[in-house]
Design a protein around this ligand. Sequence first.
Ligand code: FAD
Length: 518
Amino acid sequence: MITEIDIRIPFKFIHDQKYIADFVARELNISFTSISHIEVKKRSIDARKKNILYNLRLDIYIDEDFKENSTYFFPSTISDAKTVVIIGCGPGGMFAALRAIELGIKPIIYERGKDVRARRRDLAKIHKEHLVNPESNYCFGEGGAGTYSDGKLYTRSKKRGSTQKVLALFVHFGANKNILVDAHPHIGTNMLPGIIQAMREEIIKLGGEVHFESKLTDLKIENGEIKSIQINLNKWILCNNVILATGHSARDVFELLDNRKIKIEAKPFALGVRIEHEQKLIDAIQYHGLQSDDNLPPASYSLVAQIDGMGVYSFCMCPGGIVAPCATNIDEVVTNGWSPSKRNNPFANSGIVVQIEPHHLMDDFEKNPFVCLDFQQQVEHECWISGGKTQAVPAQRLMDFINGKKSESLPETSYQPGLKSIDLSTVLPPMISERLKKAFLEFGKKMNGFLTNEAVLHAPESRTSSPIKIPRNDETLEHIETKGLYPCGEGAGYAGGIMSAAIDGMNCIEKINVKLYS
Ligand SMILES: Cc1cc2nc3c(=O)[nH]c(=O)nc-3n(C[C@H](O)[C@H](O)[C@H](O)COP(=O)(O)OP(=O)(O)OC[C@H]3O[C@@H](n4cnc5c(N)ncnc54)[C@H](O)[C@@H]3O)c2cc1C
């Protein structure tokens, strides 16, 4: 017999199998020896009170053998008869390809960047030599922005089936099984490249194609339908179904669409700074004075405030993480954050960003789809100039920022290219900096100890989501005016992270499948 049970246990006992089995036996009024296996189905922490608890949902095997389910199976072959072209090898593109294979459709991926291994060398150059390769960086290359990301897999999507499927696929390709049960699943930057490589190898083994250093440079539309795409300025490829999953940083793709009169729209996005504290301070705040304990993960936080009519919130918080240089061009700086699977770096970082609507920047924004993108680009460029025209970023201690005082010295940072002390109010637009100051004061009330001059702000955090939307038909998922073109994932405005981009990629393929087989 298998019985499901929800229990709450003190955090100290989370790794104590005997304690958990005793607890369950008492709760179910059965003998300890009749329990043949305990399978964790869900796990979350409740740290609201001083007695920190784990919530567990368990399957209890009573006098019943446990058989491990294999997580995933793919068909052994696909035919060349039906194909789909996928532009971009990020989570959107890759999960579209995997779903295509399941449905017997051959995916052909074109990716502007390099494979994970070659890409790693380009990342090292950003960190050490301040050299940004516009085709191979934290956003561009195999696995997209997801490969050297933090690998948090949360989503607000209510479609549980789809989220479980994405998690199961990650496990199939090498992720830790814990992601299937944790309330806030996390893979970690050290694990992701291997997983992404395994996905690509499987796609190719099963008959798909993946072309690196192959950039979409043009496309042909006839009678409102896509007919062909151009790769690397010279090669034209005939195609009827194209998934455009090029991410939020492919500014040249937005320009290409606009030049070809394919409708795009300005979209709300968020911009601000990345803050870094010592992790042990965040642990002490969130865990009621406890600074570290093997039975508790490094603590995270989630903060939100409404300031002068605009939302200000924490974004992509990385416990035990690193602040990363995520520019895609030589004349800009951009920060983001990641952490290894163990989240064991001494710092905690998070974006703190202000939500910007197109109408905040321009009254008749409908006339200019680039209004948010131009603003984003300008801030990134100004910060690059202030930082000294390298990948060093303008930075300021938190209390100095709030008090409008340039920092005389800066604390240690995880951001490898380095910091330059600047009063950030002089580089960030006032609509951002003034709201950030007020928001930090609010956050200090919610987290006692958050307001410290040992925390340092890195500017800017600007690639939180796409500043442009590529509108599509809700039913067919095709572009509203161009048949056969499927705007997909974060760059098109239909995803806000790895999980939602992956789900969107699979959804686009489902629609293409219906079209191909109807
Ligand atoms: C440092 C960092 C940490 C992050 N941490 C998290 C996290 O913890 N959790 C989370 O959910 N999200 C995180 N993200 C965001 C996440 O990575 C993105 O939301 C996700 O990757 C979006 O997927 P996508 O497929 O829509 O686009 P992308 O991942 O951006 O992929 C787009 C791909 O298209 C390619 N491309 C662009 N233009 C062209 C062209 N013209 N021709 C061919 N190819 C092209 C790009 O090279 C890229 O590989 C993080 C991002 C970064 C940079």
